[in-house]
Design a protein around this ligand. Sequence first.
Ligand SMILES: [Zn+2]
Length: 276
Amino acid sequence: MKIKLYIITIGLFFSGCSDFLEIDPPYTQDAENFFERQEDYERALVGAYDLLQGSFLNIWIGEIASDNAIAGGESVTDTEGLHEIENMSHDAVNNELRSIWRWNYAGLTRANYILEFKDKIDFEGKDQIIAECQFLRAYYYFQLVKFFGDVPLILDKRLGAEEAKEIEEDKSSLDGIISELNTKKDSLNAKMQEVSEEQNALKSERDSVAQNIDSDTMSKYAEIYEARKGLVVAEILDNSCEGCGAMVPPQSINEALSQNIVFCGNCSRFLFKSEN
Ligand SMILES: [Zn+2]
């Protein structure tokens, strides 16, 4: 008897399944072949509404975090996350808050899924379905922003809760860079303020000096300023013009030493000579 059973078992094993199984099933349902009929849109919309069921948790948490209600339950280990919220001792690991994150992301992903295929077919009443989707997506985002602050707004893809978490983590590293840049910006602004004060002081000093200079000299100054890109005055160093390197004749050097106005014969700059 035993031997017979063995033979039957081995026989079944080797006869294989490929004769009975269809490797390519005749019908599959996936994102690409859905949304062929009005009914598909309606079913998907029901799916997007479905996550509203989880909205009781938003209210629970809000009430328990306030003084309006206590966490309740059978013991402190019953919905521990709610007890933590009541005591304000919750941190990043909290089951109830995680559910809010996941459920609302599931809802807005379902809404995004429909919106992704909103132009696939046309039928009467489609506009209303699309409008309801957009409302639901906004609602789920509103809940997320209420609980978690500035979450990334993704409108053009189906985004899972895990992927959203990664984006959020990337964003917080960007936040670090932004705050570092802001600190640098502040110190640059302070520096600019300092430079601008210095510039104003120099400008008023220049204006008071310019008052005592005759208009011919001032217009000559303006002319050289224009021609020599702001470098109007050059020192005589080793008997040469510091500006262009041309030799300065001894007489001009003496004139410069006597505080008379002297120009470089080559570049026309005003020349001066230090006493030593
Ligand atoms: Zn010169």
